[in-house]
Design a protein around this ligand. Sequence first.
Ligand code: NAD
Length: 697
Amino acid sequence: MSDAASYSVRDGIAVITLNNPPVNSMSAATRVALGAALQKAEVDASVRAVVLIGSEKAFCGGAEIREFNTDKTRVSPVLPEINDMQDAMKKPLVAAIGGFALGGGLELALGCHYRVAMPKAQLGLPEVKLGLLPGSGGTQRLPRVVPMAEAVKMMTTGNPVSGDRAKQLGLVDEVVQGDLLQGALKFAQELVQNKKGPRRIRDLQARLDGDPKAFFEAARAEVRRASRGYPAPLEIVACCEAAATKSFDEGRKEERERFLKLVEGNESKAMRHMFFAERQTAKIPDVPEDTPTRPIKSAAVIGAGTMGGGIAMNFANAGIPVSMMDVTDEAVGKGLEKIKNNYAATVSKGRLKQEEMDKRLGLIKPTTRLEDAKDADIVIEAVFERMDVKQDMFRKLDAIMKPGAILATNTSTLDVNAIAAVTRRPQDVIGTHFFSPANVMRLLEVVRGAKTAKDVLATTMKLGKTIRKVPVVSGVCDGFIGNRMVEKYGQQSLFLLDEGCSPQQVDAAAYKWGMAMGPLAMGDMAGLDIGWEIRKRRYVERPNFIYSKVGDKVAELGRFGQKTGKGWYKYNLPDRRPIPDPEVEKIIADYRKEKNIRTRQISDEEIVERLIYALVNEAAYILEEGIALRASDIDMVYLTGYGFPPYRGGPMFYADTVGLPKVLASIEKFQKGYMGEVWKPAPLLVKLAKEGRKFNG
Ligand code: NAD
C-alpha cells in the first residue's frame, strides 16, 4: 500500500486517510491505495467499522486534473469500481469530510454509508461547469439523500453547500464541531454500539414527493431557461428523473450513457479546453516561472473616469491601498461617488458586508496631486486616449515615481512603445488593458512593450491574478488581441446591414448562436462615438480600410447608444433593453439607396459565419505575428472579455471544431461577395487547413 492512503486501526475502527496533497485528488495511485485499504479493512477481523478521512483542508477534490487525457485515468480501480467496493462492504463506512468534497470527491463520500462533516466544509458536484455530469453515481445517489429539487439545483448550478447546510438537506448525518477525526471515530463507535450496519444509498428511494412527471416538466423548463445552449444541465435533469423512476442500476446505466455522450460532445470539450486555457495564460516561454517579481504593496491610478474608478476598486478589493488622482476635485469626487454607488449596490444585494465596503473604501485615497502617486509600487494611467496626453503624463510619472516602480498604461489602442519611449525607464513600462466595467470584467490584456523587463512582465501577470483577473499577454499592435479582432467583427456587422439585414436580425442570430449580446447591441453599450472616433482615425491613417459608412450616419445624429438613449436601437432609460427603431431602419434604407446597394435575404447561418470567421481570420494573423502567445490565449480573451459562449470554446477552438478547410472555404466564398476585398485568408489559416492541422493543435 502506498502513502496515498494510509491505514491504521483504533479501538476496532479502521481509519483510512487519503494523503495526496494539495487537494487529495483521486489520482491513479490514490485509487489503488484506497482500494487496497478498503479490502484490508473488510477482512481485518479486529475492525468493526471504517472511517475514511482526508485532511482538514480537503476530504477529496475529485479527479486528478494532471492525469486528464492520460492512461492513468483508466487504472483500476476506477471510481465506479471503488463505489461498488463500498457498496459491497459488510462493515459500516463513514466519510469524515473536512475542507471540501467536490466532484468525484463527493461521489466517493456518497459511496460511504454515513457522512459526517465540519460545519464549513464544502460539498458539491461542479461537473456541470466543465459541461459534464457527475459520472460515478452522483446523479443517482444525491437525490436519494437530499430532496430532489435541491439535488437538481446543486448539480445543475455546480455550486457547493456548506457542512451545516448539508446536514439540513440530509447529505451528512452529523456536523462535527472540533476535531474531525475524533468526531468521526465517536460516530463510528456509536454505530457499532447500536448495531447499525452499512446503509447503502443505492437501497434508498429518491426523495421526491408528488408526481414525478409534473416535477420534471417544471424542472426542465426552468433549467432550459437558465442554461441557454448548454446541454449538460438538461442531461442532469434526465438522470435525476431516472433516479426517481427507475431502479438504481438502470439509473446508473443511463447516467453512464449520458455522461459518455457529453464527454464526446463539442460543448464539454470546449469547456475543458477553456479550463486548461485559463491555466496556460500565465506561462510565457522566455520568462521562467521562477522569475523574481517586484513586491506590489501599494498602487496609484491616474484618471478617475469610467476606467480609473473600476481599476482602483480592483486594488481595494484585493486589500491593496490605492490612490486615485484626477485633475479637479469635481472629477475625483464624481469618480469616488461612482465607486461608492457600485459598492452600495453590492451591499444591497447582500453580496458584500457594510464593514467590508467601508474597509475597501478606506483603502482608496482620492487626490488631485500627482505627487501622491510617487511612492506607489505600480501606477496605472487611465487618462484620455490621446498620445500627446499620455506621453505628457508618462514624462511626469518618470520624473516623480520611485525607482523600480511599474509604470502602466490602460490605453486601448495606442502604441505602448511610443509611450515608454518618452521615459528614461522603458523597461519599467507596460500596458494593462482592462475591460469595462473594470471591476467586473475578468480579462486583463498585459501588453508587453519591446523593452519591458521580464520581471516587470512577471510581476504584472502575478498582480493580475492577485486582483482576480485572467491576465493574457499581448504584443504591441493597434487594438491588441481583443479589439483588433472585434474591429473586423464590427465591420462585418455593418456590411450585413448594408446588404439587407436589420440590426435586430444580426443581433438575434449572434445571440441565438450563443454570444452574450449581438454586435450592434454591444456597440450601443460601449458607445457608438468610440467606434466612430476610431473609424475617423482609420480614414486618415489607413485610407484603404473599408467600412460601411452607415455607422457614421447613425453617430452623426448624436445617436451614441445607451448613453444618449438612442443608437442602433432606442431605449426607455434607465431600462437598458433595446427597442427596434423605425428611424434607424430609415437611415439604413437611405444609405442603401444612396450607395445603390442591392439587398438580399441573408440567413442566420451566413450572419454567424461572417461575424465569427471575421474574428477567426484576424486571430490567425495575430497568432502568426506573435502578438498572442498561443491560440488558447485568444480563446481566453474572447471568453472573458467579449461574451463569447464558453461552450463554443473561443473563436480558435470553434474554428477547429468546424474544421479549418471548411472555415477557409467559407472565407473564400465571402471574398466573392459584398465588400469581398476585406476577406484575405490569413496565411497561417491556409497553411493549417492544407496540412489538416488545428489552431489548438
Ligand atoms: P474617461 O474620459 O471616462 O476618464 C478619463 C479621466 O482622465 C477623466 O476623468 C479626466 O478628467 C482624467 N484626466 C484627463 N487628463 C488627465 C491628467 N492629465 N491627469 C489626471 N487625470 C486626467 O475615459 P475612460 O473611458 O476611463 O478611458 C481612460 C483610458 O482607458 C483611455 O486610454 C481608454 O482608451 C482606456 N480604456 C477605456 C475603455 C472603456 O470602455 N471606456 C476600456 C479599456 C480601456
